[in-house]
Ligand binder design. Structure first.
Ligand code: NAD
Ligand code: TYD
Length: 343
C-alpha cells in the first residue's frame, strides 16, 4: 500500500481532456495545483472540443496532444515522465452505443488496455480508470455497493466493464497502482448537448420539443461535475486507495420528468414542450449507488446542492450560445435526425 500523492508538482496525463468531465478536471487542476504539469491526450471525436480548453491553452505546464488511446506510440509519447494518469477518454452516449457499439468496445475496453500496458512500463504512481455506475445495470431498490454484481444492460455500460475490470486486473496481476471510480450522472458546463440536461435546456431555448423516453419515470442520481473532480483528487491524495473501486454519488435521485420540469420552470417555458417518444431499448429504470467507502477513505462529501447546481448549469447554457450553437448545427444535426426523427 502507498501514501497519497502530492499533486502540487506532479505531471498528470488527462486522457479525454477535451470532453465534458475531462475539461472540467483540467480547469480544476489548473486552479488547485498551478505548479502541476498537465498533458491532455484526446482524439477529438465528435464529443471532443478544443473550445473547452481555450482558457488554459497558453498556460506554461499545459500541453495538448491529439491522439487515440488505442495508438501505442501516441500513448507512449503522452505518458513519458508522467506520475499520474486519469483516464476519461471514452465513447459515452448510450443511444449511440445502441446504434453501433464498435467504437465503444475499441475505446472503452481496448484503449484502456493500451493505457494500462504503458502505465505498467513507465511505472506511474497512480492510474485512475474513470468508470461509471452504469456497470451495475438497473438498481430497482436500495443502492449498489462496490461489491454488487456487474449486470450492465447496454453496449456502452458493457464496454465500460471491460476497462473497469482490466484496471483492477493490472493491479492484481502486475501491481499497477490503479483506482477505479464509478460515478453517477454528471451535469454542469461543457456537457455535449446529446445528454439529457444540455439537450433539454438547448431544445427549450429554441422552443423545440423535449423528447421524454417512455414514461419519463426513469431515475438517475445526479452529481455536479465539480464534485466529481474533487472526489477524484481526494482519491489521488488519500493513502492506500490503489487496487480499490469507489462509487462516487451525488445523492440526488431525480426522474427524467422531474429534471424536465425543473428546466422548464427555470426557463419559464410551457409544459407543452414535453413530448413522450418511443422508449430507449433496454432503458435502465434506476441507478443508485452507495458511496460510503469513498467517504470513509477520503472524508469526501458532495458540496453542490442539486437546485443550485442545476440553476447555474441552465444559466451557463443560456449565456454560452457561442459554445453550443456551432455544435448543434454540425454532425449533431444528423445524429438528432437519425435518433429522434421518426421516434
Ligand atoms: P465526453 O463524451 O464528453 O468526452 C469524451 C472525450 O474522450 C472526448 O473529448 C473524446 O474526444 C475523447 N475520446 C473518445 N475516444 C477517444 C480515444 N479513442 N482516444 C482519445 N480520446 C478519445 O464524456 P464525459 O461525459 O466527459 O465522460 C468522461 C468519462 O467519464 C468517460 O469515461 C465516461 O464513461 C465517464 N463517466 C461519465 C459520466 C457522465 O455522466 N457523463 C458518469 C460516470 C462516468
Ligand atoms: P442520458 O443523459 O443519456 O444518460 P444515461 O447514460 O444515464 O442514460 O439519459 C439520462 C436519462 O434521460 C435516461 O433515463 C434517458 C433519459 N433521456 C430521455 O428521456 N430523453 C432523451 O432525449 C435523452 C438523451 C435521455
Amino acid at each position: 500500500m502507498a501514501k497519497g500523492l502530492d499533486l502540487s508538482a506532479a505531471h498528470i496525463l488527462v486522457t479525454g481532456g477535451a470532453g465534458f468531465i475531462g475539461s472540467n478536471f483540467v480547469h480544476h487542476l489548473r486552479r488547485e495545483f498551478p505548479g502541476a504539469r498537465v498533458t491532455v491526450l484526446d482524439k477529438l471525436t465528435y464529443a471532443g472540443n478544443l473550445a473547452n480548453l481555450d482558457s488554459v491553452k497558453d498556460d506554461a505546464g499545459y500541453r495538448f496532444l491529439k491522439g487515440d488511446i488505442c495508438d501505442r506510440d501516441r500513448v507512449a509519447e503522452a505518458m513519458r515522465d508522467c506520475d499520474v494518469v486519469v483516464n476519461f477518454a471514452a465513447e459515452t452516449h448510450v443511444d449511440r452505443s445502441i446504434e453501433n457499439a464498435q467504437e465503444f468496445l475499441l475505446t472503452d475496453t481496448v484503449g484502456v488496455f493500451v493505457l494500462l500496458e504503458e502505465a505498467r512500463r513507465v511505472g506511474v504512481k497512480r492510474f485512475v480508470q474513470v468508470s461509471t455506475d452504469e456497470v451495475y445495470g438497473e438498481i430497482l431498490s436500495g443502492e449498489a455497493t462496490e461489491e454488487a454484481p456487474l449486470l450492465a444492460r447496454n453496449p456502452y455500460a458493457a464496454s465500460k466493464i471491460g476497462g473497469d475490470r482490466l484496471a483492477y486486473a493490472y493491479f492484481a496481476t502486475y501491481g499497477v497502482p490503479t483506482i477505479v471510480t464509478r460515478c453517477s450522472n454528471n451535469f454542469g458546463p461543457y456537457q455535449f448537448p446529446e445528454k439529457l440536461i444540455p439537450l433539454f435546456v438547448t431544445n427549450a431555448l429554441e422552443d423545440k420539443p423535449l423528447p421524454v423516453y417512455g414514461s419519463g419515470k426513469n431515475v438517475r442520481d445526479w452529481i455536479h461535475v465539480a464534485d466529481h473532480c474533487r472526489a477524484i483528487v481526494a482519491l489521488l491524495e488519500a493513502d492506500d486507495t490503489e487496487g480499490m473501486t469507489f462509487n462516487i454519488a451525488g445523492g440526488n435521485e431525480r426522474s427524467v420528468l422531474e429534471i424536465a420540469g425543473a428546466i422548464l420552470a427555470h426557463l419559464k417555458k410551457p409544459a407543452t414542450l414535453l413530448t413522450h417518444v418511443t422508449d430507449r431499448p433496454g432503458h435502465d429504470r434506476r441507478y443508485a449507488i452507495d458511496a460510503a467507502r469513498l467517504a470513509r477513505a477520503t472524508g469526501f462529501q458532495p458540496s453542490v446542492p442539486f437546485e443550485k447546481g442545476i440553476a447555474d448549469t441552465i444559466d451557463w447554457y443560456v449565456s454560452r450560445r457561442d459554445w453550443w450553437e456551432p455544435i448543434r448545427t454540425g454532425e449533431f444535426r444528423h445524429y438528432y435526425e437519425r435518433t429522434y426523427g421518426s421516434r
